[in-house]
Design a protein around this ligand. Structure first.
Ligand code: MN
Length: 194
């Protein structure tokens, strides 16, 4: 029996239009993520990793197993942070205060985060994370890497692999990233803070 299961979307795949089409979301979730889940389950079967949490596998495994575990964790966080589009979608409370403390203003944070996503060469992820001191920081991670490998707590991520946007935006990665702000569920992001 499979240990890890496909992340269950907390919204209708069509509900993120026009930021992400239902076609892109369904391929990304039901094809790309399902493949990473299947590969991970096959890789851990009969090994000591079969008894570990997903986060432990990401930190402790290597090579192909680590790539697949990383992509499962990254996509679970990615798909879990969205909601239907809203204009002037902004964080509030402790999360907004932490963003303003680290980046000056929310607008400056958005600009820096999107710029880090646009300039990441090749495939990867841009992340907002919290460090051990509770401060927020932005990192670029290549391929399947996750900030937990650096001892950070991941809060928010943009997937910059082409499969995340190519059907809808072709080569216009910056346009895709700029649109993603409309569908971020800031309550989910705030809930990942400690
Ligand atoms: Mn992806």
């Amino acid at each position: 029996m499979a240990k890890f299961e496909l992340f269950r979307l907390p919204y209708d795949p069509e509900s993120l239009r026009p930021v992400i089409s239902g076609e892109t979301l369904s391929f990304h979730h039901a094809k790309h993520l399902q493949t990473y889940v299947n590969n991970l389950n096959a890789a851990i079967e009969g090994t000591p990793f079969a008894d570990m949490t997903l986060e432990e596998i990401v930190v402790k495994s290597e090579a192909g197993m680590r790539n697949n575990a990383g992509q499962v964790l990254n996509h679970n966080l990615y798909f879990g942070q969205f909601r239907q589009p809203t204009s002037d979608n902004r964080p509030a409370g402790a999360l907004l205060a932490a963003i303003e403390k680290s980046f000056g203003t929310f607008d400056n944070f958005q600009q820096t985060f999107a710029q880090q996503g646009t300039t990441l060469f090749g495939s990867g992820w841009v992340w907002l994370s919290q460090n051990a001191q509770g401060e927020l920081l932005i990192t670029q991670e290549n391929n399947a890497a996750n900030p937990i490998q650096k001892g950070l707590r991941p809060l928010l991520t943009f997937d910059v692999w082409e499969h995340a946007y190519y059907l809808d935006y072709q080569n216009r990665r910056a346009d895709h990233l700029a649109a993603l702000w409309q569908i971020i569920d800031w309550d989910v992001v705030a809930g990942r803070m400690v």
